[in-house]
Write a new protein. Structure first.
Length: 355
């Protein structure tokens, strides 16, 4: 009883501390939960899909509210994150989470809410794109130029998420041609950004010194960015465009989509080897970090991308890969959620003990 009262008394102060230090990439939880829900929805496992949807119904508004409170009460800390080259691209998780959650809503017949989220995500993407690259160009230094730690590839994830939700909404829009041109443009921008960032990423990873501390779970975004580019490309293939100009681009979209899926697949064994070397050979303890949600999301996105590509390419064998990876993603989500709960429990106990 005394312990419970102590927790209640400390709750407001603890909530304020958590909001003040809110990780800009915290929306990766919504991304991971939403993409797993969508993957199981298309695999016809609706009970799992609905359970994950309910989780996001709670998590997404809470994270939005926490971010808004942080902007109002701790604006200085928020601005420091927005102007830090190693952190600013983490804010693109807001864009991707809005779109992934928007797809969840659209699948359940809430098209207007999905459209509102897409517009919000587009505005956030425009602001973050020019702010992020402005910070990178003006404020970057050699100390902050580490693409491995910066999670810059999340910008590609945010860009391509706009394509995925946009293709679902485009056929229903009055000016459908404008929408189709826009989503094709966004897909192209995502590919261009991936080409730029993967070059920097590979140079840093393969030709500079790397130790165990450099191998964060966020490395998996290199695969996740390729997977979401595949998903977005397959969505363009499966959505009939009314414009001959865009129809003429189909061969390019087909080839680029398959190439991105193959490239994302190539990374999976290598990233697993990195993890085995870090935790098995170098004996770095495996402990919870919010960055693990950036590992869960690529698993779910790879499952969804493989399924979408199997339909677009009329190649059923990919469905086995999709189904397998969906269950892998769900297992990873469960383990990461368990780690989060244990982390919260330890922190709560430490706070009470300190009081």
């Amino acid at each position: 009883m005394i312990m419970r009262l102590a927790r209640l008394k400390q709750a407001p102060a603890r909530a304020a501390r958590e909001i003040a230090r809110l990780n800009p990439g915290g929306f990766a939880f919504v991304m991971a939960t939403g993409i797993i829900s969508n993957a199981f929805f298309f695999e016809d496992h609706h009970a799992i899909a609905e359970a994950m949807f309910v989780v996001n119904l709670v998590a997404f508004p809470l994270l939005l509210a926490a971010t808004a409170i942080r902007a109002l009460r701790f604006g200085g800390r928020l601005w420091r994150d927005l102007t830090d080259p190693s952190v600013v691209f983490s804010f693109f998780t807001i864009v991707a989470a809005s779109d992934v959650f928007g797809v969840q809503l659209d699948l359940r017949g809430h098209g207007e809410a999905a459209l509102a989220l897409w517009v919000f995500a587009l505005i956030a993407w425009l602001v973050l794109t020019y702010l992020g690259f402005g910070v990178l160009a003006i404020s970057n230094t050699a100390q902050h130029a580490n693409i491995i730690h910066g999670g810059w590839l999340i910008a590609i994830v945010g860009t391509q998420s706009l394509v995925i939700l946009g293709t679902r909404l485009a056929p229903q829009m009055p000016d459908a041609e404008v929408w189709f041109v826009l989503v094709h443009m966004l897909w192209g921008i995502g590919l261009a950004l991936y080409g730029i960032f993967i070059t920097l990423f590979a140079q840093r990873l393969f030709f500079s010194g790397v130790d165990a501390q450099d191998l964060h779970p966020i490395l998996w975004v290199v695969m996740g960015a390729a997977a979401i580019s595949t998903n977005a490309g397959a969505a363009l293939i499966l959505t009939d465009s009314p414009m001959p100009f865009l129809q003429a681009l189909r061969p390019f979209v087909d080839g680029a989509t398959l190439t991105m899926w193959a490239w994302g697949t190539w990374w999976i064994p290598l990233l697993i080897l990195f993890g085995l070397w870090k935790h098995g050979v170098r004996r770095v303890p495996l402990s919870y970090t919010p960055l693990f949600w950036s590992l869960v999301f690529p698993f779910g996105m790879y499952a969804a991308a493989s399924l979408r590509l199997s339909v677009a390419a009329s190649f059923p064998p990919l469905r086995l890969i999709s189904s397998t990876m969906a269950w892998v993603a769900l297992a990873a989500w469960g383990l990461t959620a368990a780690g989060l709960l244990l982390h919260w429990r330890r922190e709560t106990g430490a706070t009470i003990a300190a009081a």
